[in-house]
Ligand binder design. Structure first.
Ligand SMILES: [Zn+2]
Length: 75
Protein backbone atom coordinates (compact mmCIF):
# COMPACT_ATOMS: atom_id res chain seq x y z
CA UNK A 1 0.00 0.00 0.00
CA UNK A 2 1.00 3.67 -0.33
CA UNK A 3 2.35 5.32 2.79
CA UNK A 4 -0.07 7.96 4.14
CA UNK A 5 2.69 9.86 5.93
CA UNK A 6 5.08 10.70 3.11
CA UNK A 7 2.70 9.79 0.24
CA UNK A 8 5.71 8.68 -1.78
CA UNK A 9 6.84 5.33 -0.49
CA UNK A 10 5.24 1.92 -0.71
CA UNK A 11 5.00 -0.32 2.31
CA UNK A 12 6.29 -3.84 2.54
CA UNK A 13 6.11 -6.55 5.16
CA UNK A 14 8.72 -6.35 7.85
CA UNK A 15 9.32 -6.22 11.57
CA UNK A 16 9.30 -3.25 13.89
CA UNK A 17 9.90 -2.43 17.54
CA UNK A 18 7.13 -1.00 19.71
CA UNK A 19 7.75 0.82 22.97
CA UNK A 20 4.86 1.18 25.40
CA UNK A 21 4.97 3.40 28.45
CA UNK A 22 2.28 3.51 31.08
CA UNK A 23 2.49 4.58 34.71
CA UNK A 24 5.81 3.15 35.92
CA UNK A 25 6.10 0.49 33.26
CA UNK A 26 8.14 0.51 30.09
CA UNK A 27 7.69 -2.39 27.74
CA UNK A 28 9.56 -2.94 24.51
CA UNK A 29 8.33 -5.45 21.95
CA UNK A 30 10.76 -6.49 19.27
CA UNK A 31 10.02 -8.31 16.07
CA UNK A 32 6.45 -7.05 15.76
CA UNK A 33 5.06 -7.81 12.29
CA UNK A 34 4.22 -4.61 10.41
CA UNK A 35 3.95 -3.00 7.00
CA UNK A 36 6.87 -0.62 6.78
CA UNK A 37 7.29 2.31 4.39
CA UNK A 38 10.43 1.86 2.33
CA UNK A 39 10.80 5.64 2.03
CA UNK A 40 10.22 7.13 5.51
CA UNK A 41 10.16 4.04 7.70
CA UNK A 42 6.67 4.57 9.08
CA UNK A 43 5.34 1.27 10.47
CA UNK A 44 1.72 0.20 10.07
CA UNK A 45 0.50 -2.39 12.53
CA UNK A 46 -2.78 -4.18 11.97
CA UNK A 47 -5.61 -4.29 14.45
CA UNK A 48 -5.05 -7.88 15.51
CA UNK A 49 -1.38 -7.26 16.28
CA UNK A 50 -2.20 -4.05 18.18
CA UNK A 51 -4.71 -5.98 20.27
CA UNK A 52 -2.14 -8.66 21.08
CA UNK A 53 0.42 -6.04 22.10
CA UNK A 54 -2.08 -4.32 24.40
CA UNK A 55 -3.11 -7.64 25.89
CA UNK A 56 0.50 -8.59 26.61
CA UNK A 57 1.16 -5.20 28.20
CA UNK A 58 -1.92 -5.71 30.37
CA UNK A 59 -0.53 -9.04 31.57
CA UNK A 60 2.86 -7.47 32.23
CA UNK A 61 1.26 -4.65 34.24
CA UNK A 62 -0.62 -7.18 36.36
CA UNK A 63 2.55 -9.15 37.10
CA UNK A 64 4.29 -5.98 38.28
CA UNK A 65 6.80 -5.60 35.46
CA UNK A 66 8.58 -2.24 35.41
CA UNK A 67 10.94 -2.52 32.48
CA UNK A 68 10.97 -5.38 30.04
CA UNK A 69 12.11 -6.16 26.53
CA UNK A 70 10.15 -8.94 24.90
CA UNK A 71 10.19 -10.66 21.59
CA UNK A 72 6.79 -10.49 20.01
CA UNK A 73 5.23 -13.81 19.11
CA UNK A 74 1.81 -13.92 17.52
CA UNK A 75 -0.72 -15.49 19.86
ZN1 LIG B 1 6.38 6.89 4.06
Amino acid sequence: MKCVICKVGDTRSGKTTITLERDNMTLVFKGVPAEICINCGEAYIDEKTTKTVLQKSEEAALSGVQVDVRHFAAA
